[in-house]
Ligand binder design. Structure first.
Ligand code: HEM
Length: 254
């Protein structure tokens, strides 16, 4: 029994519950802060799961990686559901405190960008220190391709030796290699299962992006974003981003 540990001290509630500092007197600003902080906590957990999954896939321990990957897509589902809470905030509520945000925006979230980069999306601003560090290493998709090559699939060399920091470009050879997995699931069961876990994550990410842009257009309409983009048109341009593009395109071949 650990002496002196209390619920409050273990969870550092002093730090967490004193970290909400609304800058206006508007009631809804607290919700806006809490929802963003909650998302950063979930992103922290996702990053921890992805770190572990990267190591496991690199070590060909695919079965052990499934649990963490499934956890990631369930966390993403919770994050997507949280838009239901935010949509209780009307445009009138938001415009009364929007000015206090200055140029701050979710666009600048180092953890959000790190998750994209760890998965395999390496486009867009990679400015934060955590993102830059993650971009120097292979993504989950790079590691999955290396695992497929080790299992004897014909993954092109270009995908195995690429410059990790560069944006990933979908490759016909990679698509063909994974199509073999989907054509013979019984032969490649471990990779087949991995691929479907990855599609779950891409799917959940796309759902999150859709709900974000829908919520944003409901709250700010055609206004520009506080982070400096065109707003809804910018967010719509992100909807087609996929971390594992060949896992989507290969379905046409089956
Ligand atoms: C009133 C609510 C919100 C509005 C009006 C809004 C608006 C926007 C806009 C316009 C952008 C594009 C960048 C910019 O110009 O600022 C953006 C980006 C982003 N927002 Fe929100 N947002 C809202 C709530 C949230 C919440 C609650 C989260 C997370 C829980 C979030 C996370 C993000 C992220 C991660 C990006 C970067 C997306 C990317 O570049 O792919 N936003 N937001």
């Amino acid at each position: 029994m650990a002496d002196g540990v209390t619920y409050d001290s273990y969870l550092r509630l002093d730090a967490i519950l004193s970290a909400q500092e609304p800058k206006s007197d508007r009631h809804d600003e607290l919700l806006f802060i809490v929802i963003h902080q909650t998302k950063e906590l979930w992103l922290k957990q996702i990053i921890a799961e992805l770190e572990l999954a990267l190591d496991l896939v690199r070590g060909d321990r695919l079965t052990e990686a499934y649990k963490g990957l499934a956890r990631v897509s369930r966390i993403q589902a919770v994050m997507t559901l949280s838009w239901d809470v935010l949509t209780t905030m009307t445009p009138a509520d938001y415009t009364r405190f929007r000015h206090v945000l200055g140029t701050s925006s979710g666009f600048q979230s180092d953890q959000f960008r790190t998750v994209e980069v760890m998965l395999g999306v390496r486009e867009g601003p990679m400015l934060g220190p955590m993102t830059i560090d993650a971009a120097a290493r292979p993504s989950l998709w790079d590691e999955a391709n290396a695992a497929a090559a080790r299992a004897g699939l014909p993954v092109p060399d270009a995908a195995l030796t690429r410059d990790w920091a560069k944006p990933y470009r979908a490759d016909g050879g990679v698509e063909a290699a994974w199509a073999e997995v989907y054509r013979a699931p019984d032969t490649y069961w471990a990779l087949y299962q991995l691929a479907e876990k990855l599609v779950d994550i891409d799917d959940a990410m796309a759902s999150w992006r859709h709900r974000h842009v829908l919520t944003v257009s409901r709250i700010i309409g055609g206004k520009r974003g506080t982070g400096g983009t065109a707003g809804v048109p910018y967010l719509e341009s992100t909807l087609t981003k996929r971390a594992f593009p060949e896992l989507w395109s290969l379905r046409t071949l089956l």
